[in-house]
Design a protein. Structure first.
Length: 184
Protein backbone atom coordinates (compact mmCIF):
# COMPACT_ATOMS: atom_id res chain seq x y z
CA UNK A 1 0.00 0.00 0.00
CA UNK A 2 1.13 3.53 -0.66
CA UNK A 3 2.11 6.07 1.97
CA UNK A 4 -0.86 7.89 3.41
CA UNK A 5 -1.09 11.01 5.53
CA UNK A 6 -4.18 11.65 7.61
CA UNK A 7 -4.81 15.29 8.46
CA UNK A 8 -7.00 15.41 11.57
CA UNK A 9 -9.10 18.51 12.03
CA UNK A 10 -11.14 18.03 15.19
CA UNK A 11 -11.44 21.07 17.46
CA UNK A 12 -12.42 18.90 20.46
CA UNK A 13 -9.88 16.13 19.90
CA UNK A 14 -9.25 15.38 23.58
CA UNK A 15 -12.94 14.53 23.99
CA UNK A 16 -13.33 12.65 20.71
CA UNK A 17 -14.38 9.03 20.77
CA UNK A 18 -15.34 8.24 17.17
CA UNK A 19 -12.68 10.18 15.27
CA UNK A 20 -9.94 9.00 17.63
CA UNK A 21 -11.07 5.40 17.20
CA UNK A 22 -11.17 5.81 13.41
CA UNK A 23 -7.61 7.13 13.34
CA UNK A 24 -6.35 4.45 15.75
CA UNK A 25 -7.93 1.64 13.74
CA UNK A 26 -6.72 3.07 10.44
CA UNK A 27 -3.18 3.22 11.86
CA UNK A 28 -3.48 -0.39 12.97
CA UNK A 29 -4.53 -1.39 9.44
CA UNK A 30 -1.96 0.88 7.75
CA UNK A 31 1.07 1.29 10.02
CA UNK A 32 3.03 3.32 7.46
CA UNK A 33 0.47 6.13 7.77
CA UNK A 34 1.52 9.51 9.12
CA UNK A 35 -0.96 11.54 11.17
CA UNK A 36 -0.89 15.31 11.34
CA UNK A 37 -3.30 16.41 14.05
CA UNK A 38 -3.97 20.14 13.71
CA UNK A 39 -5.37 20.59 17.24
CA UNK A 40 -2.42 18.85 18.87
CA UNK A 41 0.32 20.33 16.69
CA UNK A 42 -1.02 23.89 16.52
CA UNK A 43 -3.14 24.65 19.61
CA UNK A 44 -2.47 28.36 19.09
CA UNK A 45 -3.76 28.17 15.50
CA UNK A 46 -0.39 29.05 13.96
CA UNK A 47 0.13 26.32 11.39
CA UNK A 48 3.68 25.53 10.31
CA UNK A 49 2.79 25.73 6.63
CA UNK A 50 6.18 24.65 5.32
CA UNK A 51 6.28 21.55 7.59
CA UNK A 52 2.75 20.56 6.56
CA UNK A 53 3.57 21.03 2.88
CA UNK A 54 6.67 18.86 3.22
CA UNK A 55 4.54 16.07 4.70
CA UNK A 56 2.24 16.20 1.68
CA UNK A 57 5.16 15.77 -0.72
CA UNK A 58 6.00 12.40 0.84
CA UNK A 59 2.45 11.03 0.68
CA UNK A 60 0.58 9.42 -2.17
CA UNK A 61 -2.77 9.64 -0.37
CA UNK A 62 -3.98 12.67 1.54
CA UNK A 63 -6.92 12.00 3.86
CA UNK A 64 -8.82 14.67 5.75
CA UNK A 65 -10.42 13.30 8.95
CA UNK A 66 -12.95 15.44 10.80
CA UNK A 67 -16.43 15.70 12.28
CA UNK A 68 -18.77 17.62 10.01
CA UNK A 69 -19.78 20.97 11.48
CA UNK A 70 -22.15 23.44 9.86
CA UNK A 71 -22.22 21.35 6.67
CA UNK A 72 -18.47 21.52 6.20
CA UNK A 73 -15.19 20.89 7.98
CA UNK A 74 -14.32 22.59 11.28
CA UNK A 75 -12.56 25.96 11.18
CA UNK A 76 -9.13 24.52 12.07
CA UNK A 77 -9.34 22.18 9.08
CA UNK A 78 -10.54 25.01 6.87
CA UNK A 79 -7.58 27.17 7.94
CA UNK A 80 -5.23 24.26 7.20
CA UNK A 81 -6.74 23.93 3.71
CA UNK A 82 -6.45 27.66 3.03
CA UNK A 83 -2.86 27.97 4.19
CA UNK A 84 -1.28 24.65 3.30
CA UNK A 85 -2.98 23.83 0.01
CA UNK A 86 -2.11 27.22 -1.44
CA UNK A 87 1.02 25.18 -2.21
CA UNK A 88 -0.79 23.16 -4.85
CA UNK A 89 -2.70 26.00 -6.46
CA UNK A 90 -1.81 26.28 -10.14
CA UNK A 91 1.25 24.11 -9.58
CA UNK A 92 2.31 20.51 -9.92
CA UNK A 93 3.73 19.72 -6.47
CA UNK A 94 0.64 17.70 -5.49
CA UNK A 95 -0.12 16.39 -8.96
CA UNK A 96 -1.45 12.85 -9.05
CA UNK A 97 -1.84 12.46 -5.29
CA UNK A 98 -5.13 10.94 -4.15
CA UNK A 99 -7.33 13.21 -2.00
CA UNK A 100 -9.95 11.58 0.24
CA UNK A 101 -12.36 13.05 2.77
CA UNK A 102 -13.22 10.92 5.84
CA UNK A 103 -15.75 12.41 8.20
CA UNK A 104 -18.35 11.77 10.83
CA UNK A 105 -21.59 13.40 11.94
CA UNK A 106 -23.18 13.32 15.34
CA UNK A 107 -26.62 12.96 13.80
CA UNK A 108 -27.70 9.73 12.18
CA UNK A 109 -26.96 9.11 8.52
CA UNK A 110 -30.66 9.09 7.66
CA UNK A 111 -30.86 12.76 8.68
CA UNK A 112 -28.87 13.49 5.49
CA UNK A 113 -31.51 12.80 2.88
CA UNK A 114 -33.93 14.92 0.86
CA UNK A 115 -36.65 13.92 3.32
CA UNK A 116 -34.55 13.90 6.48
CA UNK A 117 -33.96 16.67 8.97
CA UNK A 118 -31.15 18.20 6.90
CA UNK A 119 -33.11 18.21 3.59
CA UNK A 120 -29.90 17.40 1.74
CA UNK A 121 -27.71 14.38 1.15
CA UNK A 122 -24.06 13.92 2.00
CA UNK A 123 -23.38 14.03 -1.74
CA UNK A 124 -24.86 17.55 -1.72
CA UNK A 125 -22.07 18.59 0.64
CA UNK A 126 -19.23 17.15 -1.44
CA UNK A 127 -18.79 19.56 -4.39
CA UNK A 128 -16.51 21.93 -2.47
CA UNK A 129 -14.37 19.04 -1.22
CA UNK A 130 -14.28 17.38 -4.65
CA UNK A 131 -13.15 20.70 -6.14
CA UNK A 132 -10.08 20.93 -3.91
CA UNK A 133 -8.07 18.17 -5.60
CA UNK A 134 -9.03 19.49 -9.01
CA UNK A 135 -7.72 22.90 -8.02
CA UNK A 136 -4.42 21.39 -6.84
CA UNK A 137 -3.84 18.79 -9.57
CA UNK A 138 -4.71 15.88 -7.30
CA UNK A 139 -7.16 13.07 -7.96
CA UNK A 140 -10.50 12.92 -6.13
CA UNK A 141 -10.55 9.61 -4.27
CA UNK A 142 -14.02 10.04 -2.81
CA UNK A 143 -15.23 10.05 0.74
CA UNK A 144 -16.10 7.85 3.69
CA UNK A 145 -18.93 9.02 5.95
CA UNK A 146 -20.40 7.67 9.17
CA UNK A 147 -23.38 9.20 10.94
CA UNK A 148 -24.65 8.74 14.46
CA UNK A 149 -21.17 9.15 15.90
CA UNK A 150 -21.69 11.67 18.70
CA UNK A 151 -20.94 10.50 22.21
CA UNK A 152 -22.33 12.83 24.86
CA UNK A 153 -22.90 12.77 28.57
CA UNK A 154 -22.72 9.64 30.65
CA UNK A 155 -22.17 7.00 28.03
CA UNK A 156 -21.88 3.45 29.29
CA UNK A 157 -19.28 0.92 28.19
CA UNK A 158 -21.81 -0.88 25.99
CA UNK A 159 -22.60 2.33 24.09
CA UNK A 160 -18.91 3.18 23.78
CA UNK A 161 -18.26 -0.29 22.37
CA UNK A 162 -20.98 0.36 19.76
CA UNK A 163 -19.33 3.64 18.73
CA UNK A 164 -15.91 2.00 18.57
CA UNK A 165 -17.37 -0.76 16.39
CA UNK A 166 -18.80 1.84 14.00
CA UNK A 167 -15.45 3.64 14.00
CA UNK A 168 -13.65 0.40 13.19
CA UNK A 169 -16.02 -0.25 10.27
CA UNK A 170 -15.42 3.32 9.06
CA UNK A 171 -11.63 2.85 9.19
CA UNK A 172 -11.94 -0.44 7.30
CA UNK A 173 -14.00 1.27 4.56
CA UNK A 174 -11.36 4.00 4.35
CA UNK A 175 -8.57 1.43 4.05
CA UNK A 176 -10.47 -0.40 1.28
CA UNK A 177 -11.05 2.87 -0.59
CA UNK A 178 -7.34 3.68 -0.51
CA UNK A 179 -6.36 0.16 -1.51
CA UNK A 180 -8.85 0.24 -4.40
CA UNK A 181 -7.56 3.60 -5.61
CA UNK A 182 -3.93 2.48 -5.29
CA UNK A 183 -4.55 -0.69 -7.29
CA UNK A 184 -6.32 1.02 -10.18
Amino acid sequence: MSKTIVIVGHPYWKDSVANKAIVEEFLRLNPDTEVSNIAELYPDGNIDVKAEQEKLLEAENIVLQFPIMWYSCPSDMHRWLEEVLAYGHNGDKLKGKCFIVSFTAGGSADMYSRYGVQKMTIDDLMPAFAGIPNHCGMQWGGYVFSGGMMVAGNTGEEQLATFRGRAKAHAERLARLIKKDYQE
